[in-house]
Design a protein around this ligand. Structure first.
Ligand SMILES: Cc1cc2nc3c(=O)[nH]c(=O)nc-3n(C[C@H](O)[C@H](O)[C@H](O)COP(=O)(O)O)c2cc1C
Length: 304
C-alpha cells in the first residue's frame, strides 16, 4: 500500500484514485476479484433499477477507431435479484458503490434504499444514460428535476450519494451546482457522449437503437473540459471519467480538478491490468515531481 495515493471521498476511504466505472463490468461479482487485485480502489456496479429490464435488442455496441458506441438500454435484473450480487461483492475489500437509475424520484430512492440495505457503501445516481427515454440524460438535462431526485434519495439513505452527469448538455457546471445544492456528496463526470455509426454497405444505422453513447479515448478531452468547468463552480469532490487509458490521462483529470477517476472502456482494449499500470504510473509521477500526496495536485491546473 502506498500512503501517497490514499484519499477519502465523502468519507469513503480509497487506497488510490482509480475506480471501476459503471457498466463495462459490475453486473455480477465473479470477475471483480481480479479487478480489485489489479488495483481498482472501488467498484461502481452496472446501473440497477427497481424492476428487471431486458435492454435493447442487438446490436447494442459498435467499435469505432476511437472508442465504443453503446446503446445497451440499461439491461439489469432489477434490485431485488441484484441484492445477492451485492452480498458477494461485499466480500471484496473495497467500497461497493451501487449505480442506480429510475423513472421518477421515488423509483430512484426505492432502489437506492434497497441497495443500501444490502450493503452498498455509497450510491451513484445515473442521471446521464444517453439512450433510454424518460430516465438518464432526459432527467439529467434538467437541473430542477435532477435536484429533486438527489433531494429525495438523500432524504431516504444515509450513505454518500454520488451523481453522474451527462456531457450532452449546454452547461454541465449548471447541473453540478444544482445537484450540489440538493445535497450530492460527489459528482461523477462524465457519462458517454451521444453518437451514432452508419453501415455504408446497408446504408442503415448500426445500433438497433440508432443512437448510442461514445466512450473511450475520443471523449477524454471533452471529459477533462467538463471536470475543469465543474471544479470552478462546486466544492464537493469530482470523480473524473471518460477515455482514461493510462496514468497520464488519470493525472490530467486530477490536475483539472478530479479527486479520483473511473475507468471503463480501457478494460475492453487493454485488459484488467490497466488498473496496475495507472496506479503505478500515478505513484511514480508523484515521486518524480516530489509531491507527498495525490491530494496535493487536485485542481492544480487552475493555479496556472
Ligand atoms: C458497454 C458500456 C456500458 C455502460 N453502462 C453504464 C451504466 O450502466 N451506467 C452508467 O452510469 N454508465 C455506464 N457506462 C458509461 C461508463 O461508466 C463511462 O461513464 C463512460 O463509458 C466513459 O468512460 P470510459 O471512456 O472510461 O468508458 C457504460 C459504458 C459502456 C462502454
Amino acid at each position: 500500500m502506498n500512503k501517497s495515493l490514499n484519499l477519502e471521498i465523502a468519507g469513503l476511504k480509497l487506497q488510490n484514485p482509480a475506480m471501476l466505472a459503471s457498466g463495462v463490468l459490475g453486473l455480477s461479482a465473479a470477475p471483480l476479484e481480479r479487478i480489485v487485485e489489479s488495483g481498482a480502489s472501488a467498484i461502481i456496479t452496472k446501473s440497477i433499477g427497481l424492476n428487471p429490464r431486458i435492454g435493447n435488442t442487438n446490436p447494442t455496441v459498435v467499435q469505432t477507431e476511437c472508442g465504443l458506441i453503446n446503446a445497451m438500454g440499461l439491461p439489469n435484473p432489477g434490485i431485488d435479484v441484484f441484492i445477492s450480487e451485492i452480498y458477494e461483492m461485499k466480500k471484496l475489500e473495497v467500497p461497493i458503490i451501487v449505480s442506480v437509475y429510475g423513472f421518477s424520484p421515488t423509483e430512484f430512492a426505492e432502489t437506492a434504499v434497497k441497495a443500501v440495505k444490502a450493503g452498498a457503501d455509497a450510491i451513484e445516481l445515473n442521471l446521464s444514460c444517453p439512450h433510454v427515454e424518460k430516465t438518464g440524460a432526459e432527467i439529467g438535462y434538467n437541473p430542477k428535476l435532477a435536484a429533486k431526485i438527489v433531494q429525495k434519495v438523500k432524504e431516504d439513505v444515509e450513505t454518500p450519494v454520488f451523481v453522474k452527469l451527462t456531457p450532452n448538455t449546454a452547461d454541465i457546471a449548471e447541473l453540478a451546482v444544482a445537484v450540489e445544492k440538493a445535497g450530492a456528496d460527489a459528482i461523477t463526470a462524465i457519462n458517454t457522449v451521444r453518437a451514432m455509426a452508419i453501415d455504408v454497405e446497408t446504408a442503415k444505422p448500426i445500433l438497433s437503437n440508432r443512437f448510442g453513447g461514445l466512450s473511450g479515448p475520443a471523449i477524454k478531452p471533452i471529459a477533462v473540459r467538463c471536470v475543469y468547468e465543474i471544479y470552478q463552480k462546486v466544492r464537493i469532490p469530482i470523480i473524473g471519467c471518460g477515455g482514461i487509458t493510462n496514468w497520464r490521462d488519470a493525472v490530467e483529470f486530477i490536475l483539472a480538478g478530479a479527486s479520483a477517476v473511473q475507468i471503463g472502456t480501457a478494460i475492453a482494449f487493454k485488459g484488467i491490468q490497466v488498473f496496475t499500470q495507472i496506479v503505478e504510473g500515478i505513484k511514480e509521477y508523484l515521486e518524480k515531481k516530489r509531491f507527498r500526496s495525490v491530494i496535493q495536485i487536485v485542481g492544480m491546473a487552475h493555479k496556472n
